[in-house]
Ligand binder design. Structure first.
Ligand code: UDP
Ligand code: MG
Length: 165
């Protein structure tokens, strides 16, 4: 069990999802939250903010040598629109979140995914999601690492969603 990302492979697994400024300015926040809610995932943290340069650079640290890094950080931090940062919890949520989001290049994203439905440019692909248990742990800690930022709670329908027999 990790400090932030719950227990891998269980219904306590958690992932970091962020609607990027293009998703916010285009009015997609409600639809995206709705998709995770309706699927049966649990919202444990949410905030809207314009990230500092330092936060954006840390979040994308593994891409710092890539040619698009500066443009990516500029776009996330521009303040033309905030980001909406969230933590979602539930069974297989890290992998399922990536599937719901779709391929990095929206032109390769499967029909029905968030990126396929709403975008056509790799540089404006609407949304971020953690790509592994370790990155989920890192990213949740980075964005929601202060005590009390993650809610532990049980939705009234949790047992119905989780039942396997
Ligand atoms: N990105 C970009 N150009 C590229 C590759 C990535 O602008 O050629 C941006 C894009 O916004 C992407 C983000 O960098 O979502 C992070 O890249 P990563 O490979 O981690 O893709 P993701 O995990 O978001 O699918
Ligand atoms: Mg990534």
């Amino acid at each position: 069990t990790a400090k932030f990302a719950g227990k891998k492979g269980t219904s306590s697994e958690r992932t970091f999802i962020m609607i990027k400024p293009d998703g916010v300015t285009r009015g997609l926040v409600g639809d995206i939250i709705s998709r995770f809610e309706k699927r049966g995932y649990k919202l444990v943290a949410i905030k809207s903010l314009v990230p500092s340069r330092q936060l954006a650079e840390q979040h994308y640290a593994d891409l710092s040598t890539r040619p698009f890094f500066k443009g990516l950080v500029n776009y996330i931090t521009s303040g033309k629109a905030p980001v909406v940062a969230m933590v979602w919890e539930g069974k297989d949520v890290i992998r399922q979140g990536r599937i719901m989001i779709g391929a990095t290049n929206p032109l390769d994203a499967a029909p029905g995914t968030i990126r396929n439905t709403y975008s056509i440019s790799i540089g404006r692909n609407i949304i971020h999601g953690s790509d592994s248990f370790d990155t989920a742990e890192q990213e949740i800690g980075l964005w929601f690492g202060k005590p009390g930022e993650l809610a532990s709670w049980e939705p009234a329908n949790w047992n119905w969603i989780m039942a396997e027999n």
